[in-house]
Design a protein around this ligand. Structure first.
Ligand code: EPZ
Length: 417
C-alpha cells in the first residue's frame, strides 16, 4: 500500500510525453487472442491493467515476451484454455473484452464478471445482446459469464445506448463470424478506431470505425503482425488541465491534437492560451480562469474521463461553473474529498455546481477511482500546504510514471510506501 505526498502551490512548466492509450491497450491485448500467429504490440503503456491482461492471456496458454518496457510479443497460437476466472480479472472492467475475443476464436468463453471503477450501475446487457444476436448462448453463474455458440453468424445490432465496451466487444466477436455484422449507434472513441485498425492490420475487414455505423465482414483467419498503439487522449487531457489549474505552461507531446478538440475549445473558453502543432499542444495559463458550463458526452463530446480533472481546474475560476455528467449515474463520489480542501461544490443528482474560491488547502485525501485520483493530484498541486492521497493503486491502473512526469515539470511529489 502506498500513498502520494504533494507539496502544493506549484506552477508546472515544461514538456511531457504522453504514453500509449490505456483504453486501446486493454482492448488490443485481448484482441490478440483472435490472431493465430505472432503479434508485436508497440507503445503499450506500462500500467497495471496491461500487466493483468498479459498474465490472463499467458494463463490461457499464450507465450508472451516484453521486448522492451512498451513492446510486447504475443504468440497466441498456443492458447488452449478459454476461461479467465481469477480474482484479478473481476477487478478490472476491460476483462470483458476476453469474452468477445474468446467467443470469436473458440466459440466459447468463461470469464469472471467485470469489475472496474464504481460509478453506480455498469451493466453489460448490450454486450450480451450483441453476442446473442450473433448466435451465442449465455449464462451467468456464480459471477462467471459462460458463453458458447455452434456458429457465429453476422447480423445487424442496434445498441440501445452508445457504449464503448459493447461496440468493441461485438467487433471482437464478429471478425471471424460468418457473413457481415453491422453495429448501429456505435461509439466513436479514438480507442475504438485503434482496435479496428489493429484488427484490419491482422487481416480483418472492418469499415466505419469512428462513425456510428460499423460493418464487419467476417474472415476465416487473422494473421500476425506489428501494431503501434495510439497516444492516450485522457492522459493528454489530464496534463493539459494540470497546466491550466497550476497557472503553468506545459507542452503536451506525442498526441493527436484532433482527439483533444472538445477540451481545447473549453480551455480557450475559460481563458487559457493554446498553441497546437502536428503532434503537440502547448497550454499556457495567462489569466484567472472564468466559469463555464460542461456536459459530458460520448466522443467527440466532452469525455467523462476528464470530468473530475476539469472540475478541479474550475475550483478557482471566476464565478459559478456547472458540469452535467450524462454518461454515468454516480460519478461525483470524489467531491467530498475536495470539500476537505475548501472547495465549494453543490451536487444535485448528476449536476455539479462549482463556485470558484481563492484558495485551496492541503488535506489527506482518499482516491475513489482512477480519474478522481488524477483530479486529486491536480488539487494537491494547486493547494497551499501538503496533500496526501491514499489508494494510489487506482491511479497506477491508468497512468504511467505519473510522479516522474510531474517531477520533470517542477512538481514536488513523492510516493510513501
Ligand atoms: C469505457 O467504459 C471506459 N473504460 C471508461 O473509462 C469510460 O468512462 C467509458 O467507456 C465511457 O467513455 C474502458 O475503456 C476500459 P460504456 P465502459 O459501455 O465500456 C451504459 C477510465 O477511467 N451501458 O461506454 O464500461 C453504462 O452503464 C474508464 O479509463 C449499459 O447500460 O462504458 C454507461 O452509463 C472509466 N449497458 C454508458 O452505457 C451496457 O451493456 C456508457 O458505458 C454497456 C453500457
Amino acid at each position: 500500500m502506498s500513498k502520494l505526498c504533494i507539496q502544493g502551490d506549484t506552477r508546472l512548466v515544461g514538456d511531457v510525453k504522453i504514453s500509449g492509450a490505456k483504453n486501446a491497450a486493454v482492448a488490443i491485448l485481448p484482441a490478440t487472442i483472435l490472431v493465430e500467429g505472432i503479434t508485436i504490440i508497440e507503445n503499450l503503456p506500462n500500467i497495471n491493467d496491461v500487466a493483468i491482461l498479459n498474465e490472463a492471456i499467458v494463463s490461457m496458454g499464450a507465450v508472451t515476451k516484453f521486448l522492451d518496457l512498451h513492446t510486447l510479443e504475443i504468440d497466441a497460437t498456443t492458447i488452449y484454455k478459454y476461461s479467465a476466472t481469477e480474482p484479478c480479472i473481476s477487478k478490472m472492467r476491460a476483462s470483458y473484452y476476453l469474452l468477445g475475443a474468446l467467443l470469436g476464436r473458440f466459440k466459447k468463453a468463461e470469464v469472471a464478471m467485470p469489475g472496474g471503477c464504481d460509478f453506480g450501475g455498469r451493466p453489460i446487457d448490450q454486450h450480451i445482446k450483441g453476442f446473442r444476436a450473433l448466435g451465442a448462448n449465455i449464462e451467468i453463474e456464480d459471477n462467471i459469464i459462460k458463453i458458447n455458440a455452434d456458429r457465429l453468424i453476422g447480423t445487424r445490432i442496434y445498441l440501445d445506448m452508445v457504449s464503448v465496451g459493447a461496440t468493441i466487444n461485438i467487433m471482437l466477436a464478429a471478425v471471424l463470424a460468418e457473413g457481415t455484422t453491422t453495429i448501429e449507434n456505435a461509439a466513436k472513441e479514438p480507442h475504438i478506431v485503434d482496435v479496428a485498425n489493429f484488427l484490419n492490420k491482422m487481416g480483418a475487414k472492418i469499415i466505419g470505425a469512428g462513425t456510428d455505423v460499423i460493418r464487419i465482414k467476417g474472415v476465416s483467419k487473422l494473421h500476425g503482425g506489428h501494431y503501434n498503439i495510439v497516444p492516450d487522449q485522457i492522459e493528454a487531457g489530464t496534463f493539459m488541465l494540470i497546466a491550466a489549474a497550476t497557472k503553468g505552461d506545459i507542452c503536451v507531446r506525442n498526441i493527436i491534437p484532433e482527439h483533444m478538440d472538445s477540451l481545447t475549445s473549453k480551455l480557450r473558453e475559460i481563458g487559457v492560451t493554446l498553441i497546437e502543432g502536428d503532434d503537440y499542444i502547448r497550454v499556457i495559463w495567462k489569466q484567472k480562469l472564468t466559469a463555464t458550463q460542461i456536459i459530458t458526452l460520448p466522443y467527440p463530446g466532452f469525455p467523462t474521463d476528464l470530468q473530475p480533472q476539469m472540475l478541479v481546474s474550475l475550483l478557482q475560476a471566476q464565478g459559478v461553473s456547472t458540469i452535467v455528467e450524462s454518461i454515468f449515474d454516480n460519478r461525483f463520489q470524489y467531491v467530498d474529498e475536495l470539500r476537505k480542501m475548501g472547495a465549494n461544490i453543490t451536487i444535485d443528482g448528476t449536476k455539479a455546481s462549482i463556485e470558484g474560491v481563492d484558495t485551496l488547502y492541503g488535506a489527506n485525501l482518499v482516491a475513489t477511482d482512477l480519474r478522481a485520483g488524477a483530479a486529486m493530484i491536480i488539487a494537491g498541486l494547486v493547494a497551499k500546504g501538503t496533500t496526501t492521497i491514499d489508494n494510489v493503486r487506482y491511479i497506477d491502473r491508468g497512468y504511467e510514471d505519473i510522479e516522474k512526469k510531474l517531477t520533470a515539470l517542477g512538481a514536488q511529489i513523492f510516493r510513501i510506501d
